[in-house]
Design a protein around this ligand. Structure first.
Ligand SMILES: [Fe+2]
Ligand SMILES: [Fe+2]
Length: 177
């Protein structure tokens, strides 16, 4: 390759990179990477809640989980599930509907857990275990089925925009007291 061709090619590559970056904003990331981070955070909290033997520690962990999980569930429902439900494919629509149902169950189980006063009681331990199992089952299916639907139907740029919408939607969520 001649020097001139190399220079021209490098120039074109740089132009492409600059044009590509122009659309990017600070903090931009793929929605699926963001969801993964939050799933890990929820998993860690749930594990600590189930394993802890201290009532006060359990209470503060559940509060923390509520502050993270409820915005995640609601914003994900809006930005991810509603987007795939709007597609034509029946199986994809079903994945979205299933996700919404499981979110509803998770949120209700979390609210049940929050109502139990004695955090070292068998009732609390049972509700914490059920919530952990529910969330783990849900996350496993979501990361496998829903994410495949998202990857197949939305471009990398769409997924950056979905993450911006996800962050905005989370800020609007009013977490119950
Ligand atoms: Fe999720
Ligand atoms: Fe979810």
């Amino acid at each position: 390759m001649s020097l001139l061709t190399t220079i021209k090619k490098t120039g074109r590559n740089l132009e492409g990179m600059i044009a590509g970056n122009a659309a990017k904003r600070a903090g931009d990331m793929d929605i699926l990477d963001k969801l993964k981070q939050e799933h890990e955070e929820a998993h860690e909290l749930l594990e600590k809640i189930v394993d802890s033997t201290s009532g006060s520690e359990r209470k503060s962990l559940v509060k923390k989980l509520k502050g993270a999980l409820i915005p995640h569930l609601r914003a994900e429902g809006k930005v991810v599930y509603d987007a795939i439900i709007a597609l034509r494919d029946k199986k994809v629509k079903q994945d979205g509907a299933e996700g919404h149902l499981e979110h509803d169950l998770a949120e209700r189980t979390l609210l049940t857990l929050l109502k139990i006063k004695n955090a070292t009681s068998p009732e609390f331990s049972a509700a914490a275990k059920v919530l952990k199992e529910l969330v783990e089952h849900h996350v496993e299916e979501e990361e496998r089925d829903v994410w495949a639907d998202v990857r197949e139907n939305f471009s990398a740029d769409d997924r950056l925009q979905m993450n911006r919408d996800f962050e905005a939607a989370k800020k609007k969520v009013r977490v119950p007291a």
